[in-house]
Design a protein around this ligand. Structure first.
Ligand code: TRP
Length: 338
């Protein structure tokens, strides 16, 4: 079977280290290892609108920005099809057919949706589009026969629901859809990076992110202000590295594994100060972010290139999606004229 990799980002803000550690780096890995037949990366603007309906300017501002974030880490527009979700109306028709295959109670039980409803204070008034985004995500994936979906671990329940929709479709109408598999990073720390404040997740709304576009001074300030082990008061005190975001980031990003292990055991024994560890983390991040900033600067000064990449990609993606849509219509029997 063909290896079709697909993943998307909601354009609700610029991408940060949490995205880089999980889904973005996996994309790069597939590209570098040339381990795919087709790869698609898209800006999920319609999904972004499901909880930003009243602030569409926020989405508009970020639609190209998230693609630029993807390009800046080294994803190659000659190898990957970049597109905008709203440029593929076929996705909405697929969503209409899939809506009938899912119950309201199943949607409400989705742990990610539940958590996100709480975070957004939507309990009393959930936008229908938001509640049903796993269904439109099934359309995003199946429209390209995608079978490998690199994500952060918060997306696992969504992907499980997508698989259920695929199974229900195939059982009801006959095999027509490809069943996807999610992939998450092997390194646990990379699956869901905590915020600089130690909170469970890096998120824009919590204000605890380091962005791919942050400059050196901003990164330094954020790293130096990071939460660490609050009981590590004197340098001699033994420190906790487990719930300590500084060490979690090092685990996710430090290439020199011996050095990482050495710092970790030194900190746990006592005698290693937070400032020294943060200095080192800052160096590690700078080394990683410098080439990303350079590529980003190129695309920032060549907006016409970015636009062309996305425009061409959207056209190509639409051709593929309409093939799959025809197959789906045929399978259901929504085909009345010759
Ligand atoms: N839900 C994903 C996120 O919030 C974005 C997304 C939309 C997506 N459609 C997708 C990811 C399809 C993978 C596949 O990050």
């Amino acid at each position: 079977m063909k290896k079709v990799i697909l993943t998307g980002d909601r354009p609700t803000g610029k991408l940060h280290l949490g995205h880089l550690a999980s889904s973005l780096r996996l994309r790069l890995k597939y590209q570098i290892e040339a381990d795919y037949d087709e790869m698609y990366v898209f800006s999920a603007d319609m999904q972004g609108l499901t909880d930003n309906a009243k602030t569409p300017e926020k989405i508009k501002e970020n639609v190209f920005e998230v693609i630029k974030d993807n390009l800046s880490i080294g994803l190659d527009p000659n190898k990957i099809t970049f597109f905008v979700q709203s440029g593929i109306p076929e996705l909405n028709e697929l969503t209409m057919y899939y809506l009938n295959l899912v119950t309201l109670s199943r949607l409400k039980r989705n742990p990610t949706i539940k958590e996100e409803i709480k975070q957004r204070g939507f309990e009393e008034s959930i936008p229908v589009g938001f509640l049903t985004y796993p269904i439109s995500q099934a359309a995003d994936i199946t429209a390209f026969d995608a079978n490998i979906i690199p994500v952060g671990d918060d997306q696992i329940p969504i992907l499980e629901q997508v698989c259920e929709i695929v199974d229900t479709f195939n059982n009801t109408y006959g095999e027509a859809l490809v069943r996807p598999k999610y992939v998450i990073p092997e390194n646990k720390s990379s699956r869901r990076l905590p915020g600089t404040d130690g909170k469970a997740k890096m998120s824009k709304s919590a204000g605890n992110c380091i962005y791919l576009t942050d400059d050196t001074e901003t990164v330094r300030k954020k790293v130096m202000g990071m939460y660490t082990d609050p009981n590590h008061i004197k340098i001699e005190d033994p420190g906790n590295t487990k719930d300590n975001p500084v060490f979690i980031y090092l685990d996710a990003f430090c290439k020199d594994r011996d050095k990482y292990e050495e710092l970790k055991s030194h900190y746990e024994q006592g005698g290693l100060g937070d400032k020294a560890v943060k200095e080192y983390l800052f160096e590690v991040l700078e080394e990683m972010l410098t080439p990303i900033r350079e590529k980003r600067a190129y695309y920032d000064t060549h907006p016409e290139i970015v636009e062309e990449i996305i425009k061409d990609g959207t056209k190509k993606a639409r051709e593929k999606a309409s093939e799959v849509l025809s197959r789906v219509r045929k399978q259901i029997g929504v085909e009345y004229f010759n």
